[in-house]
Design a protein around this ligand. Structure first.
Ligand code: ADP
Ligand code: MG
Length: 334
């Protein structure tokens, strides 16, 4: 490819950038050949199958130009690991397609690669390859994550049956509140709560440990990215069932209650805000005890929030069992 020299960005060439910042991230995987071949080779244990997922982050849509590059890198990786977690997969590695505008200079790439390095250690994944291009548009990061499950053991959206119970990990609504704080500042909120909620928006925690334990337990599962109700409705549609969520059972963090109080309005807002990256899943009632044990062993809260019924759609039920009307169910891109 040609590159006009007059407006060339202040950074080394494509291959130097790859060798300097990305090859070290691929070093632990012999099949990545130091990013000096056309493709990586990956051996999968006999009896396992690969689980593959991709997510793209765009400047101005998912992050801002001034956000710390380490954090952008971590978020790009973590939203993908969250998808693997929801499919009960053990992460293996990832591919990185990076489209760099002029403004993304070498220090930006250096910090970005540092963010990846840190999360590689944290989640035991290795960079396996990718693509690097210049772009006249906004910075774009596309990560494809690879994981494994024993063949046939993975959990899908389509397995919920009437009589199953609905569960969710962690707490819901924190990230949505974090985004509100970034937009509107909420100065009356104590600093500790503000920092905690914003952190949950900026950097999700993929529930990999919990996810792997849900194989053989969950009948359907997904990660909550667009909003609890919106995402549960994907399970309802794929499974051909109706899902009823009890608003009073939705787990709220103490920080969120500090901000919004504990009332139906706060609970409705939490259930329809995005970016939680918790795992929402269904499971037969007889798995309750196993789930209590798994929550204790993984240190991740699991809360029963509803039930699967005959019919279609997803509803949020308030006090006295009446259905709450929702202005919207969650985030949609277009
Ligand atoms: P091609 O000419 O086929 O597009 P490239 O020259 O883009 O191949 O890539 C050369 C090697 O560098 C490949 O192994 C590719 O996977 C790796 N690579 C390129 N960009 C990245 C990146 N952003 N992250 C990780 N690996 C990369
Ligand atoms: Mg290429």
């Amino acid at each position: 490819m040609t590159n006009s020299s007059s407006d060339a960005p202040r950074r080394p060439g494509e291959f130097e950038l790859i060798a300097k910042y990305f090859a070290p991230l691929a070093a632990p995987s012999p099949g990545a050949f130091g990013l000096a071949d056309d493709a990586a080779f990956l051996r999968v244990a006999q009896g396992d199958e690969l689980v593959v997922t991709v997510d793209t982050l765009i400047e101005g849509v998912h992050f801002l130009r001034d956000d710390p590059p380490e954090m952008i890198a971590a978020k790009a990786l973590r939203v993908n690991l969250s998808d693997l977690a929801a499919k009960t997969a053990a992460p293996v590695g990832y591919l990185l397609a990076l489209s760099l505008p002029q403004w993304a200079d070498e220090p930006w790439v250096a910090r970005f690669s540092r963010g990846l390095a840190e999360d590689q250690k944290r989640y035991s994944v290795i960079l396996l390859g990718g693509d690097t291009t210049a772009t006249p548009g906004p910075l774009a990061i596309s990560i494809t994550a690879l994981g494994t499950v024993p063949a046939g053991a993975g959990v899908h959206r389509s397995g919920a049956t009437p009589g199953d119970l609905v569960f969710v990990s962690g707490t819901i609504g924190d990230a949505g509140a974090g985004l509100t704080i970034l937009r509107e500042s909420q100065p009356e909120l104590p600093k500790g709560a503000r920092t905690a909620l914003v952190a949950r928006y900026r950097l999700p925690e993929p529930r990999l440990g919990l996810g792997r334990r849900l194989a053989g337990i969950a009948s359907a599962a997904l990660d909550v990215s667009d909003g609890l109700i919106a995402d549960l409705n994907h399970i309802a549609e794929a499974s051909g069932v109706r899902i009823a969520v009890d608003a009073l059972l939705i787990p709220l963090s103490s920080h969120l209650v500090e901000l919004r109080g504990d009332n139906i309005g706060a609970r409705t807002a939490a259930a329809t805000a995005g970016d939680d990256y918790e795992i929402a899943f269904t499971a037969p009632a007889k798995k309750r005890d196993s789930l209590t044990r798994i929550a204790a062993e993984t240190g991740v809260a699991i809360t029963e929030i509803g039930r699967v019924e005959r019919g279609g759609g997803t509803v949020l039920v308030g006090m006295d069992g009446q259905e709450l009307s929702l202005a919207h169910r969650g985030y949609v891109h277009f």
